[in-house]
Design a binder for this molecule. Structure first.
Ligand code: ATP
Length: 241
């Protein structure tokens, strides 16, 4: 297992956002991390990426405990946060050079060129990030996240707000990257999960309410498609179908 989460808790002050969740993610697969607004998805992804501390429980990335090996585990992780914060005044190539320096990437010039090609940023690399469309900004976020060739990719709603063409390109990129990585993907788009995910975890009010391989959905939840299952498990009682 590349990501192992055991009995993870997170409280913001007195507010419990994540209440003892456990799940695993495997290499070569995309795990769709689903849940309604406020369920605890971003909180969990921030903890896994080392952005915020956990309150209790264990998380290991590629066999290393994130609390005991905070710096080492970050090298294994590429993280694209929700809303993709970027330095808008930087040029694309300049921003990637900056990230490469932070990661001490050897032969950075070649690696940046490789990632620019992979993310389809060739024509935009000399532009300022602030001049780019949302789809291209998202590609820059991806490029930054994969530059150090991490084993694990953590993507928080990476396609939200993209037009159908950009959305399709980004999904293809995720699928392409997943053959050699462990991908944890948070999304609200059920077609996206059906198109690119291998495994599904559903979180509701800080607790896991389902965890299954997507190809076992019909056997485990007869009569349900993903959307109806999601609504049954996370909707208010009056709307559960
Ligand atoms: N920095 C914070 N301080 C206090 N409470 C927070 C903070 N961040 C999140 N929360 C609360 O924790 C809970 C989980 O939030 P989180 O952002 O993890 O949910 P989410 O599943 O990612 O939601 P969404 O789909 O809307 O992005 C919510 O009740 C939220 O209000």
């Amino acid at each position: 297992m590349c990501i192992q989460v055991a009995n993870l808790f997170k409280c913001y002050g007195k507010h419990p956002a994540v209440k003892g969740i456990s799940f695993n993610a495997r290499p070569g697969r995309v795990l769709g991390f689903l849940g309604p607004n406020g369920a605890g998805k971003s909180t969990t992804l921030k903890i896994l990426s080392g952005s915020i501390p956990l309150t209790a429980g264990q998380v290991s990335i590629c066999g290393l405990d994130i609390q005991q090996n905070s710096l080492a585990t970050r090298q294994y992780i590429g993280y694209l946060p929700e809303n993709n914060p970027l330095y808008l005044d930087m040029y694309v190539h300049e921003a990637l050079t900056f990230v490469a320096e932070m990661h001490h990437i050897v032969r950075a010039h070649e690696r940046i060129a490789e990632v620019i090609s992979l993310t389809g940023l060739e024509a935009e690399q000399q532009k300022k990030i602030g001049q780019l469309s949302k789809g291209y900004r998202q590609r820059v976020g991806f490029a930054q996240a994969i530059l150090h060739d991490p084993e694990v990719l953590i993507l928080d709603e990476p396609t939200s707000g993209l037009d159908p063409n950009q959305l399709q390109d980004i999904r293809l990129l995720i699928k392409q990257l997943s053959s050699q990585k462990t991908v944890l993907l948070s999304t609200h788009i059920m077609q996206e999960v059906e198109a690119i995910c291998d495994d599904v975890v559903i979180i509701h009010q800080g607790q896991i309410v389902a965890d299954f391989p997507l190809n076992e959905l019909a056997a485990m939840y007869p009569g349900h498609r993903l959307e109806s299952l999601f609504m049954r498990l996370t909707g208010p009682p009056s709307t559960r179908i």
